[in-house]
Design a protein around this ligand. Structure first.
Ligand code: SF4
Ligand code: SF4
Length: 118
């Protein structure tokens, strides 16, 4: 399994980090040298700016998570990185919890699964 996050869309909600039973995701600060340490293609790497539509949708939402915060602190902020894609068991828990709809999983038969926020 390959797992990556489309970084410009990641709100930093950390839902993926919280629900994954096999610790595929790690939250990284936006200025961390490790923020692009997954298999995201070039266009989906973090280069310093978020998707404006997602910022408009989530920046004012008060749901207990800090959206688009630079630093990961305790339970939100930063950006998620799919550091352990091969461990994924395709339980799909992250795919329905991802606010940014920005998780992409490819299985060993090249089927692609994308997150859709429930
Ligand atoms: S689908 Fe994979 S990456 Fe997502 S929560 Fe389940 S095991 Fe973790
Ligand atoms: S659930 Fe989606 S939006 Fe939230 S931190 Fe994970 S990848 Fe980013």
């Amino acid at each position: 399994m390959q797992v990556y996050v489309e970084k410009p869309k990641c709100t930093g909600c950390a839902h993926c980090f919280d629900v994954c039973p096999v610790a595929v995701f790690e939250m990284k600060d936006r200025d961390s040298p490790e923020v692009n340490n997954d298999v995201a293609p070039e266009n989906d790497k973090w280069k310093g700016s978020n998707d404006p539509a997602l910022v408009q949708k989530w920046s004012g939402v008060q749901d207990g998570h800090r959206h688009f915060a630079d630093k990961y602190e305790s339970h939100s902020g930063g950006i998620s990185v799919g550091v352990s894609g091969p461990a994924c068991i395709l339980c799909q828990a992250c795919l329905v919890e991802c606010e940014g709809e920005c998780i992409v999983i490819t299985d060993d038969s090249n089927n692609v699964y994308r997150s859709i926020y429930k």
